[in-house]
Design a protein around this ligand. Structure first.
Ligand SMILES: NC(=O)c1ccc[n+]([C@@H]2O[C@H](COP(=O)([O-])OP(=O)(O)OC[C@H]3O[C@@H](n4cnc5c(N)ncnc54)[C@H](O)[C@@H]3O)[C@@H](O)[C@H]2O)c1
Length: 297
């Protein structure tokens, strides 16, 4: 893989920085695009080339993406509540930024774009597990943005012949997860609260369930999605652990005091059907929540 150029947008963030580490270890020439709106400089592997740039600016990102073999597009403002409160800004980044990444990739003769999509596209569905052929039903601007990103990828494959694939992640957790802010994702937040001797704040009654997916499984899925010969036409593929836990159960596994707070606008349950990931990528989840949590703690 020596000298093969890859670009990771959002490479200073939680998932992106873990992917950067894996690609560096695999001998790629790794370039990161990030504006540090959510990510941090210290997350970025020293062997990667860091470009402080904003995906909303096509002129800035085009020369960076030009000539890359693969682009992993992760940059986003990925918070449900923030998207409700800031619909225009999040639309510009999550949809406008994705469009720019696709245009730059098409013009820069990129071989494939791997897009980080989200299970939030499903919203509430009448059946479980969630399958990729269900009709999307996003419940927030963020879910809508991520879904439109998938559609853009597919259209760019059809219209411009650019290879794309969308990976719909289900609640990712692990090293470098952001534990701060009212809208931080549950595991990072619980671990920080516990470390500070504070009660873990559970929204609603805590019976809502989530399919929690370990970062290492997500990174492996991205690398398989880069390589698989079975995809490239805008396929949408679930990346989830394939089993779910209630938020109460997560608190029990971590152990400690809890406190119940107001509900948020969020789906009641998520659970991934992972058959397509196995078929197209040869990917299966490997790390259980219990094992992943004990590693983190
Ligand atoms: N974490 C999850 O559970 C989860 C689940 C489903 C999908 N996703 C998707 O995975 C991707 C990565 O999520 P994450 O959890 O690592 O989030 P993150 O906030 O840690 O990472 C996003 C990165 O994008 C950067 N960014 C934001 N706006 C930018 C802009 N305009 N220009 C350049 N960089 C910009 C941020 O600085 C940050 O480093 C996102 O696209 C998100 O929608 C995440």
């Amino acid at each position: 893989m020596q000298n093969k150029k890859v670009v990771i947008t959002g490479g200073a963030g939680f998932i992106g920085s873990n992917l950067v580490d894996a690609l560096v270890d695999n001998g790629f020439n790794v370039h990161v695009i990030d504006n540090f709106s959510g990510g941090k400089k210290e997350n970025v592997n020293k062997k990667a080339t860091l470009h402080v740039a904003d995906i909303r600016n096509l002129d800035d990102i085009s020369p960076i993406i030009d000539g890359a073999e693969y682009v992993f597009h992760l940059a986003a403002l990925p918070r449900v509540q923030y998207s409700i409160e800031n619909p225009v800004e999040t639309n510009d980044v999550n949809i406008g930024g994705t469009l720019n990444v696709l245009i730059a990739s098409q013009k820069g003769a990129v071989k494939r774009v791997v897009y980080s999509a989200s299970s939030s596209a499903y919203g509430d569905q009448s059946k479980m597990p969630l399958r990729e052929d269900m009709i999307a039903n996003p419940k927030s601007p963020y879910g809508l943005h991520k879904y439109i990103g998938e559609l853009y990828c597919k259209v760019w494959s059809m219209v411009h012949g650019l290879e794309t694939v969308s990976l719909r992640y289900f609640n990712v957790y692990g090293k470098r997860q952001n534990p701060d802010g009212a809208y931080a994702l549950v595991i990072g937040k619980f671990l920080k609260q516990k470390a500070q001797g504070k009660p873990m704040t559970i929204t609603s009654d805590g019976n809502q369930t989530r399919d929690f997916t370990n970062i290492k499984d997500v990174v492996r899925a991205n690398i398989l999605a880069m390589q698989s010969k079975k995809i490239g036409a805008g396929e949408v593929i679930n990346i989830g652990a394939g089993y779910n836990h209630s938020v109460n159960n997560v608190a029990e596994l971590i152990g400690g005091e809890t406190e119940y707070i107001d509900a948020r606008i969020e789906p009641k349950d998520t659970l991934a059907d992972t058959a397509l990931a196995k078929k197209f990528l040869g990917w299966e989840p490997e790390i259980s929540l219990k094992k992943g949590l004990s590693e983190l703690i």
